[in-house]
Design a protein around this ligand. Structure first.
Ligand SMILES: *Cc1c(COP(=O)(O)O)cnc(C)c1O
Length: 232
């Protein structure tokens, strides 16, 4: 084991403990929260170190990068679960459906339609349909992907009624320069109202707060793998 291994295993342990204490403070059980280890920009060696430390759920934000890293690891470790947490382009939908177990970033009609087609095809070929979350642009930021909060209810309904997609929950990335709490509280409330079980929110800087506000999935990258040298 090199220095690098130790860091990832140690960091994972630290994050898991912090999740457990935040859950405990909120009167929740630690196992209600899934840690999604965000391995974007890090290589397969780092992912493998995390797998060795018992981590099984991972997030990547680019389809192409994930294709270079995960197919081999997924065939070696059948219980690895891979989440797409970055924007999905229609021309990458087929690849995304084939590789990812969860797509967290359904955010527009065109993608919903293409996903429906590609999922049907994948299932026909004996594959498993990925679980789907809708990304909500809680801060209504023009440069950010996601459905606006006031459009979310209708969008989720249309995914289901028009495209036959099952939406399991919502995810959000709060604005950089605002306290995340109100954004977390908003999607948690919306999930409650829509009867959606999955709430994906919280990153390295704020995952404990997200757990206190009801996150079922936290997406943690740099607190596990270290600072990213390349832009994500
Ligand atoms: C990169 C990324 C994360 C993880 O960010 P950290 O601050 O490194 O924990 C979480 N969610 C999304 C959507 C990301 O792109």
């Amino acid at each position: 084991m090199n220095e690098h291994d130790k860091d990832i295993a140690g960091n994972l342990e630290t994050v898991r403990r912090a999740i457990a204490s935040a859950a405990d403070l909120a009167g929740r059980k630690a196992d209600e929260v899934t840690l999604v280890a965000v391995s974007k920009t890090f290589g397969a060696d780092a992912a493998r170190d995390a797998i060795s430390a018992g981590q099984r759920v991972f997030g990547e934000n680019r389809v192409q990068e994930a294709q270079g890293k995960w197919p081999d690891l997924k065939s070696e470790f059948a219980d690895v679960e891979l989440h797409l947490i970055g924007p999905l382009q229609s021309n990458k939908t087929r690849e995304a459906v084939e590789l990812f177990d969860v797509i967290e970033t359904v955010d527009r009609e065109k993608i919903a339609k293409t996903l429906a087609k590609e999922i049907a095809r994948h299932v026909d070929e004996g594959g498993k349909a990925p679980r789907l979350l809708v990304q909500v642009n809680t801060g209504a930021e023009p440069q950010k992907a996601g459905v606006l909060p006031e459009e979310t209810k209708d969008f989720v309904a249309r995914c289901q009624s028009e495209h036959g997609l099952t939406i399991d929950g919502l995810m959000c990335i709060p604005p950089f320069d605002e306290p995340p709490g109100p954004h977390f509280a908003l999607i948690a409330k919306m999930c409650g109202e829509l009867g959606l079980p999955v709430i994906s929110m919280g990153m390295s800087g704020d995952y404990e707060q997200a757990v206190m506000l009801g996150a079922t999935h936290v997406r943690v990258g740099s607190a596990i793998f270290g600072a990213r040298s390349k832009p994500a």
